[in-house]
Design a protein around this ligand. Sequence first.
Ligand code: ATP
Ligand code: MG
Length: 522
Amino acid sequence: SDAEEFRNRLDGKTVPEEALKKINEELKKLEMLETGSPEYGVTRNYLDWATSIPWGIQGEDNLNLKQARTTLNRDHEGLDDVKARILEFLAVGAFKGEISGSILLLVGPPGVGKTSIGKSVADALGRPFYRFSLGGMRDEAEIKGHRRTYIGALPGKFVQALKDVKVMNPVIMLDEIDKLGASYQGDPASALLETLDPEQNSQFMDHYLDMRLDLSKVLFICTANQLDTIPAPLLDRMDVIRLSGYLTEEKVAIAAKHLWPRQLQKAGVKGRQLKISRKALRDTVECYARESGVRNLEKQLAKIVRKGVVQLLEQPDESITVTPENLSSFLGNPIFRPEALMQGIGVITGLAWTAMGGTTLPIEATRIHTLNRGFKLTGKLGEVMRESAEIAYSYVCSNLEKYGADKSFFDKAFVHLHVPEGATPKDGPSAGVTMASALLSLALNKKPKANYAMTGELTLTGKVLAIGGVREKIIAAKRQNIKNIILPEANRGDYEEVPEYLRKGLKISFAEHYDDVFNKLF
Ligand code: ATP
Ligand code: MG
């Protein structure tokens, strides 16, 4: 009978007293109920969940660091600092004898390998892996379950996870923890804290089961694109590991070693039937897949493989090699051209940083007419960015003489400052020095030095203040082959933390005051 089966399921499990009492009560009830009655169904369902929990069952951790390193290296190219951090984390666990009480947070732009690193950690430990996204969640009940009085009530995601993985100590990955937000019913931070916090989660309460579960042996790995929107009490308890965007060479290496072979294998094509040259891979990156991560690159390679397969079917004896020359016959016209940077009077390259990674941000200033004084701004700029444009304008207006420009220049200049591309929203104070430089270049009627990019907040008195995302910005500059970068002096420490291979070939100058920017640029 059903009741018997449920009882058997508890064999070998260590059910806590409170839960056992509840299960036994329900079992008794089940045996008294009419098999066909709705009540029977509800009770049966409940027991099905309650007895599927792997009460007290724990897999052994494999805390062999050498093997963990091998697993991480097998699945991932580069990412040396991330791998090192993960290994440290595992080493601490090995030392203590268990990995619990910590929450890892992998943060970085889309497609840089966060999910994939998380999976490797589970592999390395020999723990089952369960993953779900918090991004679409609207309701606390998805985490903590519905009360049983609801028709069609279900337990929350964590109970579902435990049922699935059959141990109490899996690796559970919570994707998009930064997107759990406003539209959520109830208090997302406290619901999650109760789940993740090692101080509270040995007593995690699921509303459907109406029992306490011990989640303290679970290793939680969260992923996010940015830190800003993560509630502070949660963030406080996490070990944050940052992943950044990839350089062109890194993407080519990842493609050659991982993405391309995987696509071939998926399509059942042999490496000798369909080849791609290193140069063609590089062109694929530069002309079709410029973003920080490699997910779109993977899609482009899949597209090449699909087209290749068609050709192979038509001419089975041939082998195909994709080269820079025939690349566009696989991928169509290039989406990006290896463009020259925008240059000229009033045009300056800034560096910006968003949840999608770093990018270069050109800023243009022109004089529209000389009938009167005025200033206008376009480019879908947020409030903070508009204000920093006004600061830049005021600063340049009041210091024209100092920098050798006609002090009445702006009296007869209606100036337009634009930040392309016009449709992409932008915000933040870090383009202050860039906007000031564009305006000054205009006033001086002088071209800035070529191959420079800059970032820094500007104050009314010309001080240059620290900005965020140094590493992402450096990567963005390198991707565009920019060699000279001006950073705020206050970010020197951040720059020194950027790995050596990223700093190679760059000339960095640090600015404390706008004077320092001016001296480099003009
Ligand atoms: P999102 O924020 O969009 O969820 P993500 O950071 O989780 O992105 P993944 O899904 O882990 O990205 O990575 C996308 C793809 O790129 C995967 O197929 C992954 O294996 C591959 N990949 C990313 N980085 C590397 C790397 N360094 N070496 C090998 N493969 C990589
Ligand atoms: Mg992911």
